[in-house]
Design a protein around this ligand. Structure first.
Ligand SMILES: [Zn+2]
Length: 463
């Protein structure tokens, strides 16, 4: 089992200077390595239907210009095996090329000798990760966007890939310190102990609005990582509906209201932004205000995360299996499609109302909440199951028939006699769909599957 614990670092002034300079060096290295990858990508890519499969489009000499032949591998061949005809077999493992090129970097730019080698190698690992997420889809067929070159304020961490429990020690004055190679003992606030049996694996130094932090990855190999197999039943499961009016509505009829941290702090933020606008850009007062604003944003984010964790634990106290909607939040917060009349005029499309809705949806950070739920479930050995949200607000939980509503209809009343709040109905329906689909062991957990299963008379539910 892996955990991440975050601690506040209290670096000495000279250590802070080292941190800053390392970050800048790492950032430049990142941008350079990313640039190398892009050059290659641009030179060799082609349309799928025009792909020549064996021959490169750009002249081969041009592409392999700076790469020694020994680094060009045939697909599947071992490292160092030289091939004469790379025109047919040429295949590059950029990750290993860039890793071995770091030696060259250190001779050309002696500044990089200050950096710990793990930290420098991790920069290349990050490029590899960003690029592979861009070019290859993952298991769920999702891809990231094109990686970006990082500006000064967008590269805020570096990683030691090999830390150990013995690196957390006390200095001669009895202060808790973490021992970072080539930097030395950095004091930190050891506010919670490392749990028994866990080993420190990696440490990432982070620059945040209110100072420096270190995030440690801990691992205990003796705790198996298994997804708990719990058969959901009427008693041990809950369905929740994530909403805008209420944060969540439970299938039991309870609702949890929005915390509205952001709305509360919004006025504060607004005033700061107004003051910022009157300052001269990049002047000292401007920079000070910028820091204040960043700290406020950080404060809001932390409040929200803390609240979400508490809510998740409260939910799992009540149940073992939690059914939630499989939200596609990006689609939900899209801008409304423009409407154009026959005469070519722009018609109102409701974007103003949608903008407000989007803001409160992003404020609610339901996506983050789902992540928190999954994480808490993993730690407690409980289960989160996602249900396709299609139709969950438009159908009756009791009879599964369609009851059309607009966004402003808050009450659900069905011909079958069911009367309840709209969100409660969704919560109950999500639970019902989840239960039916897990009983018939359907591949897709959706309303349609549940309806079909009921038609075939398979499960005996709510008897
Ligand atoms: Zn009904």
């Amino acid at each position: 089992m892996k955990l991440t614990y975050k601690y506040r670092l209290k670096p000495l002034p000279q250590q802070q200077i080292i941190f800053q300079s390392w970050l800048e060096l790492a950032r430049r290295q990142y941008n350079y390595r990313l640039g190398e990858r892009f050059d290659w990508y641009e030179a060799t890519r082609s349309r799928v239907d025009a792909c020549p499969l064996v021959v490169s489009i750009a002249p081969v000499e041009e592409i392999y210009r700076d790469i020694p032949l020994t680094r060009v591998l045939a697909k599947g061949s071992r490292k160092g095996e030289e091939i004469s005809n790379f025109q047919e077999q040429g295949y590059l493992n950029w990750h290993s090329i860039q890793l071995s090129d770091l030696k060259q970097t250190k001779t050309l730019f002696p500044d990089y000798k200050q950096l710990d080698s793990q930290v420098l190698q991790d920069v290349v690992n990050r490029v590899e990760y960003a690029f592979s997420r861009f070019t290859k889809p993952d298991a769920n067929d999702n891809r990231s966007g094109k990686p970006k070159f990082k500006g000064q304020h967008y590269y805020n961490s570096f990683t030691y890939t090999q830390l150990h429990n013995c690196d957390i020690i006390k200095d001669e004055r009895g202060k808790n310190c973490v021992n970072l190679k080539k930097i030395g003992l950095v004091p930190f606030v050891f506010h919670r102990p490392i749990p028994d049996g866990f080993e420190v694996k990696t440490g990432t130094v982070l620059r945040e609005a209110d100072g420096w932090h270190i995030s440690l990855v801990l691992e205990d190999k003796s705790v198996p990582v298994t997804v708990a197999a719990i058969q959901p039943t009427e008693e041990n499961s809950l369905g929740i509906d994530l909403g805008v009016e209420n944060y969540i509505a439970l299938s039991t009829g309870e609702v949890v209201e929005h915390p509205r941290f952001f709305t509360e702090s919004a006025r504060k933020l607004e005033k700061l932004q107004q003051r910022l606008a009157k300052r001269v850009k990049h002047s000292k007062p401007w920079k000070l205000l910028k820091v204040q604003i960043a700290k406020l944003h950080q404060h809001i984010a932390r409040q929200r995360l803390d609240w979400q964790f508490k809510l998740a634990h409260w939910l799992f106290d009540k149940c073992d299996v939690l059914f939630i909607e499989d939200l596609k939040l990006k689609n939900l917060t899209k801008r409304a499609k423009p409407k154009i009349s026959n005469e070519g005029e722009w018609l109102p499309n409701g974007q103003a109302a949608k903008s407000g809705l989007n803001r409160s949806m992003l404020d609610a950070a339901h996506g983050q909440f789902v992540q928190v739920l999954k994480w808490v479930a993993y730690k407690l050995g409980k289960v989160v199951k996602e249900v396709d949200p299609w139709g969950t607000s438009q159908h009756c939980w009791s009879c599964l028939n369609q009851v059309p509503k607009t966004l402003s209809d808050r009450w659900h009343s069905c011909e079958c006699g069911e009367e309840c709040h709209r969100d409660e109905n969704s919560g109950r329906l999500i639970k019902k769909i989840g239960l039916i689909c897990s009983i018939v062991r359907a591949d897709i957990t959706s309303l349609k599957t549940a309806q079909r299963a009921l038609l075939e008379g398979k499960p005996v539910l709510y008897a």
